[in-house]
Design a protein around this ligand. Structure first.
Ligand SMILES: [Zn+2]
Length: 432
């Protein structure tokens, strides 16, 4: 399937440019016309950190004519282990200025635009405007969702990468051509559930592995060469020395790029995250003990019907997350009884627990979900059909968030949970 180039070629190359980019011009798939497209292109890199640094260097070296750098941070000595666009002499300086200095020294023929600000709902559209493609090297979920949303609303591709420890992932989110980030990761992970690179560490060269693939995708998109990673996530396990590609699908119910979008303007994520309000966790063994006590809690399963049919905790009440979010719990739960909420692995239940806590329920969240319960050897029922849950309540809400594993931020991911497994589990969870 041919992908048209994003950028029209500019004027013919000068002799010194033909010399400089000779190895590109020799590539049959690229040639001089592609190099002219690169020179005419405008690429925004969000974050001049672990991913942004090598990406910026390769974009400048490749001759991308206009390179935007968005970052509000200053260079710290701990950055130098992987953020290779910064020098020791730049410690304490703004990352945008440090990056601009290095890039201009590398290639005086490129224009570097500094956006020394953190992307927010009130500035993201203006920053993204005028760029042909965005490279996401953001350090927070709030920024990652904002980059995606701004790209969808601007109609341009978001070349996304994430790394943690020895693992990396790359994809191209491009509404209208494939899924956007929200299609695949509809909700941010619960606060505190995802480790950061500061917590878990990251091998610097793995940042380069991911960032160089991001730049390769940018070059492909700008010049119309090859098959971009639209609708696919490339996953790298550097310790195992393996790489793979996992297909991901557009969600027609996506609130941003779906058939009936409800998100038509940019919003900040911080409010939704509400740090510090996560419900207390209860272990499977402790829940089993509570259920055997004289005053057992209500166990609330917030998974979908098909998941519940496969396995459920005896006596549990069922209300999918989507219905719970729209108030469906009112006719199902007794406010006087404590509730333990669970899903498959704990992502949806964390969201549900916050909703119920806000509504005044005494609520705990089953750590690790029903999978952890089963791994402890605790009993489940299989093939249970619904009884006692008002169908109207279940059908009242929007479709529940699917239990994709958390997207990765802060160059981050979930330690001990290889991305291949995560992506596999995501695609399994994405079945209609
Ligand atoms: Zn979408």
């Amino acid at each position: 399937m041919p992908w048209p180039p994003l950028v029209d070629p500019g004027p013919p190359l000068a002799p010194h440019e033909r010399h400089r980019y000779a190895r590109h011009l020799t590539l049959a798939a690229l040639g001089e016309t592609a190099q002219r497209r690169l020179r005419a292109a405008r690429v925004l890199v969000v974050g001049a950190g672990g991913l942004g640094s090598p990406a910026l260097l390769y974009l400048a070296a490749a001759g991308v004519g206009t390179i935007g750098v968005a970052d509000d941070d200053v260079v710290d000595a701990t950055n130098l282990q992987r953020q290779v666009v910064h020098r020791e002499s730049a410690v304490g300086r703004p990352k945008t200025a440090s990056a601009a200095h290095t890039l201009t020294a590398l290639n005086s023929g490129v224009r570097v635009v500094e956006h020394r600000e953190r992307l927010r709902a009130d500035n993201a559209a203006a920053v993204v405007a005028g760029y042909d493609v965005v490279v996401d090297g953001a350090d927070s979920f709030a920024t990652r969702y904002l980059v995606n949303d701004a790209c969808v609303l601007a109609g341009i591709p978001d070349v996304w990468g994430s790394v943690l420890a020895f693992d990396g992932q790359v994809s191209v989110w491009w509404a209208g051509h494939g899924p956007c980030y929200r299609c695949v990761f509809p909700d941010p992970p619960p606060v505190g559930s995802v480790a950061s690179c500061a917590d878990a560490g990251v091998l610097g060269s793995v940042c380069a592995l991911v960032a160089s693939q991001q730049v390769t995708e940018v070059v492909k998109l700008l010049t119309g060469v090859g098959e971009p990673l639209v609708g696919r996530i490339a996953v790298h396990d550097a310790l195992a020395g393996t790489s793979g590609v996992v297909p991901v699908a557009r969600d027609p119910r996506c609130p941003l790029c779906g058939a009936a979008p409800t998100m038509t303007t940019l919003t900040d994520l911080e409010e939704a995250c509400r740090p510090g309000e996560a419900a207390p966790l209860v272990s499977p063994a402790d829940l089993a003990a509570l259920l055997a006590s004289a005053e057992p809690p209500v166990v609330l399963d917030v998974r979908e019907d098909s998941e519940r049919a496969e396995s459920s905790i005896a006596g549990s009440v069922h209300l999918p997350l989507g219905a719970l979010r729209t108030g469906g719990y009112a006719g199902v739960l007794d406010p006087a009884r404590p509730v333990v909420v669970h899903c498959a692995v704990g992502r949806r239940s964390a969201v549900a627990a916050r909703v119920l806590a806000d509504a005044g329920y005494a609520v705990q969240d089953l750590a690790g979900g029903i999978l952890a319960w089963q791994e402890e050897g605790l009993p489940v029922e299989r093939g249970v059909r619904e009884a006692g849950t008002p169908a109207a309540a279940r059908e009242a809400g929007p479709p529940a968030a699917r239990e994709a594993d958390p997207p990765v931020a802060r160059e981050g991911g979930t330690p001990g949970d290889p991305p291949r497994q995560r992506a596999d589990r995501h695609t399994a969870d994405s079945r209609p």
